[in-house]
Design a protein around this ligand. Structure first.
Ligand code: AMP
Length: 221
């Protein structure tokens, strides 16, 4: 059965890692708006040029731009068999924009998974995150370090930090999250779609909690 999912969580909640694993296990596309924007910035497209400075400050790209990006992505045929949206919606207007997009395709959301972590965890996870610029592999200094310091395990490429993973930018991203994204939890709780998962555990335990929450929710319907 097609599963239409949203994954919510502050920066550093492990959202991207969990979303990738879950989407692969379900055979549905993993749609990360952060990744799509970083690709647009790297490719120097019009959207990338408009988004770059805003992203580097840790602020949110405008609802209008991001809803347009998601509309185009969900129009692709592979999204008809289910999808996992990671990092979208991040505001209530974006959630309304998503409803309008889905309505056009005769689709509805099945579940919204919110990964919960404390503020200290967010800061330490983000400042310790290093990424391979070539293949996107993510490392964590403390919990998942590369085998050779500073180099990607897969191809030896020197790892980099995201420009928005410095502490002032992380604090700004957290402020944005609390002000604009937190209200989405009530929004989706009210619709009976919200599943909350403790993201402070190790990644494989978080994954097991997500799978079990989805299973109980499906059984409870
Ligand atoms: P992420 O990889 O999800 O942490 O996103 C990185 C950055 O991309 C965010 O800090 C925002 O600047 C931008 N971004 C990603 N998704 C959205 C969204 N749904 N709305 C606004 N900005 C976004």
């Amino acid at each position: 059965m097609a599963l239409n999912l949203v994954m919510l969580g502050p920066p550093g909640a492990g959202k991207g890692t969990q979303a990738k694993t879950l989407a692969a296990a379900r055979g549905i596309p993993h749609i990360s708006t952060g990744e799509m924007l970083r690709e647009a910035v790297a490719a120097g497209t019009d959207i990338g040029l408009r988004a770059k400075a805003v992203m580097e400050k840790g602020q949110l790209v405008s609802d209008e731009i991001i809803v347009g990006v998601v509309r185009e992505r969900l129009a692709k045929a592979d999204a008809r068999g289910g999808f996992l949206l990671d990092g979208f919606p991040r505001t209530v207007p974006q959630a309304n924009g998503l409803d309008a997009i889905l309505a056009r395709f005769g689709l509805t959301l099945d579940r919204v998974v919110a990964i919960e972590v404390s503020e200290e965890t967010v800061i330490s996870r983000n400042t310790g995150r290093w990424v391979c610029p070539k293949d996107g592999t993510v490392y964590q200094v403390k919990t998942a370090p590369p085998k050779r310091a500073g180099l990607c395990d897969l191809d030896g490429t020197p790892l980099v930090q995201r420009p928005d993973d410095q502490e002032p930018q992380i604090r700004q991203r957290l402020r944005e999250y609390h002000q604009k994204t937190d209200p989405l939890k009530d929004h989706y709780r009210g619709k009976g779609l919200l599943l909350e998962v403790d993201g402070s555990q190790a990644a494989d335990q978080v994954y097991a909690s997500i799978v079990s929450a989805l299973r109980s929710a499906a059984g409870g319907r």
